[in-house]
Design a protein around this ligand. Sequence first.
Ligand SMILES: [Zn+2]
Length: 94
Amino acid sequence: MSEKRCPHCGKWTTWTQNLEDTCQHCHKSLGGRYLVEQKERIRKDQEKKREWIFKINQKDHPIVSFMKKAANLFYFVFFMIVSFIVWLIAALPG
Ligand SMILES: [Zn+2]
């Protein structure tokens, strides 16, 4: 248990080193800007992961959606192989 100056009201409040903790006085997040930035970073990472997957729309022609699904599967297998090779190189002695 330690104390931290609230970035919102400027009063000292107890916090458990947890960025999710809130101020005793104004009940706002003590993580403040840092917490917002961290959440934004996580969101962007998730978006990046989603980008390499083709989005399948309900309106797509069956052939188009099939092609997209096949491409997604190909990407998935490709990334699995690449990560396996990376793991293999890392696991090899020397
Ligand atoms: Zn406060």
